[in-house]
Write a protein that binds this ligand. Structure first.
Ligand SMILES: [Zn+2]
Ligand SMILES: [Zn+2]
Length: 277
């Protein structure tokens, strides 16, 4: 049976008029899973008819701001747009996730208080179920299984990637990482690998040392291609472009991935859907 990937945001920390922040929707077996919640995630989700109250779980690859920028929006908007019984939102991430979620609830404490005071049917703060993982199975419901493995985004750590499996098909969300054994194992034989990419050749032309610094802990397009090739992945989906993919440069990015990977390559744009199985 199919697993459907929808790229909700393919941008990076730098605001981009065409790309929301890093976020990917994965739908399988009637479940709707959100992986990371970058800037603008709920607007993009609305464009494919998914409201925050439809989410079965939120998965976080790491706690960099671009990946959690709209965490508060997801939590609060889900709470206020649920008109039936409030179902706790599972939030699955690396160690530190509970602290971030708790601080987010505190940041929205006034709002939560206003709404509880004003709406008779909102009596409790948003119900959440936070769990922290670095390795192993993190989800097993209704035939959908999710495994996490450590990735390598040092000095940011711990970071994790996810593999979502359903009825013989699998998709992998790498998050931000350099090539590493954890990702190789996670991606082995997957139908699709969604991978963050950076182009050092373009970054070097930008007079911003802070941007150059991040080349150390993101994969180049070629490295993403090589990971996909080693793992024997069916489709490589590029996302989280640094710097932003300028219209007209698509062939360059694709060619760089194709230097290492001979499978299908999808250049991610916001709202691109890739279905496997
Ligand atoms: Zn990051
Ligand atoms: Zn990032």
């Amino acid at each position: 049976m199919a697993i459907e990937i929808t790229l909700l945001g393919t941008g990076s920390p730098i605001p981009d008029p065409l790309r929301a922040g890093p976020s990917t929707l994965v739908r399988a077996g009637g479940q709707t899973l959100l992986v990371d919640c970058g800037r603008g995630v709920l607007q993009r989700a609305a464009a494919v008819g998914v409201g925050p109250n439809a989410l079965d779980a939120l998965l976080l690859t790491h706690l960099h701001s671009d990946h959690i920028a709209d965490l508060g929006d997801v939590i609060i908007s889900r709470w206020v747009t649920t008109f039936t019984e409030q179902v706790p939102l599972p939030i699955i991430g690396p160690p530190g996730t509970a602290e971030v979620v708790s601080a987010t609830l505190k940041a929205f404490g006034f709002d939560i208080g206003y709404r509880i005071a004003h709406h008779a049917d909102l009596n409790e703060p948003p119900p959440l179920e936070v769990s922290e993982h670095v390795d192993g199975q993190v989800w097993n419901r209704g035939g959908v299984s999710i495994t996490a493995r450590p990735t390598d985004h040092r000095p940011v750590e711990p970071t994790i990637g996810f593999r979502v499996s359903f009825e013989g098909n699998s998709v992998v969300l790498a998050g931000d990482t350099v090539p590493c054994s954890g990702l190789d194992e996670l991606a082995r034989g997957a139908d699709a690998l969604v991978h963050t990419v950076i182009r050092e050749d373009l970054v070097e032309q930008i007079p911003m040392q802070r941007l150059r610094d991040i080349c150390d802990y993101h994969s180049s397009v070629q490295q993403a291609g090589a990971t996909a090739q080693r793992a024997g992945v069916g489709t490589l989906v590029l996302t989280h472009y640094v710097p932003a993919l300028v219209p007209g440069q698509e062939d360059q990015w694709r060619a760089l991935a194709a230097e290492e990977f001979d499978g299908r390559i999808e250049l991610g744009d916001d709202l691109l859907q890739v279905t496997v199985g």
